[in-house]
Design a protein around this ligand. Structure first.
Ligand SMILES: O=C(CO)[C@H](O)[C@H](O)COP(=O)(O)O
Ligand SMILES: [Co+2]
Length: 242
């Protein structure tokens, strides 16, 4: 079997904001740039909003990059701000199923605005909550920590939740990305990809002491090694050297 493809989404929540431009440039090899917006209501923390997204957009465009600006909205009633986030530069907007009574309308609006629409579930939310919109989204995000803070411990029940959502997406023939966010490290990345995740969000494990480029490489290596071992185990005996 060929290696399972996956993408990385470094979260700037964990970066050094005194050097925002350089921190974004250091993560340029990643397919996505994850931008965590928190309002102090839906989650018990306030992060940043439009000016930081606009700055990220300028850095990305200045580098001539096509990296996806992936905005994770941890805000109450996100329908109030979808257009404003698109104007500020979002390529992809992900709304929490717990934050709105109008999930389908949110997804519809984001698509009408010409951007990728995502939905996200907290660890305590039954997966069934996303099923009604599954055929209308470009991304499903399964939270692997309770949202609001970076640097938390990964919740292991996430593996089974990812497997279930992957199965549902396959059943309807959807090509939506399946993202995991929270506590993702080189120790759990491969198992998440094997469970069906196609995009790994990582903050603390990317923006570590040795910089984002090294952090991203560590995650790629971890998944690559595990995939290599899996391929070796699956090869019929006697074919080891072919
Ligand atoms: O949405 C988030 C928190 O609510 C962040 O994206 C997430 O926590 C990433 O940080 P880390 O990898 O350090 O857990
Ligand atoms: Co996030």
């Amino acid at each position: 079997m060929p290696p399972t493809p996956f993408k990385l989404a470094p979260s700037i929540l964990a970066c050094d904001f005194t050097r925002l431009g350089q921190e974004i440039e250091a993560a340029a090899s990643a397919e996505y740039l994850h931008i965590d917006v928190m309002d102090g209501l839906f989650v018990p923390n306030i992060s940043f909003g439009f000016p930081v997204l606009e700055a990220a957009r300028r850095v990305r465009d200045g580098a001539g990059s096509t990296q996806v600006l992936d905005v994770h909205l941890m805000i109450d009633r996100p329908e109030r701000y979808l257009e404003a986030f698109v104007k500020a530069g979002a390529d992809s907007l992900t709304v929490h199923v717990e934050a709105t009574a109008h999930l389908h309308r949110c997804v519809q609006t984001v698509r009408e605005l010409g951007r990728r629409a995502g939905v996200v579930l907290n660890p305590g939310t039954p997966l069934e909550a996303v099923r009604p919109v599954l055929d209308s989204v470009d991304l499903v995000l399964v939270m692997s920590v309770n949202p609001g803070f970076g640097g938390q411990k990964f919740l292991p029940q996430t593996y089974e939740r990812v497997r279930t959502v992957r199965r549902w997406l396959s059943e309807i023939g959807s090509e939506a990305e399946l993202q995991v966010d929270g506590g993702v490290t080189a120790d759990n990345a491969a198992r998440l990809v094997q469970a069906g995740a196609s995009v790994l969000v990582a903050g603390s494990s990317v923006y570590g002491a040795d910089g984002a480029a090294a952090g991203l490489e560590r995650l790629r290596q971890a998944v690559g090694q595990a995939e290599g071992q899996r391929a070796a185990q699956e090869r019929p005996s006697g074919q080891e050297n072919r």
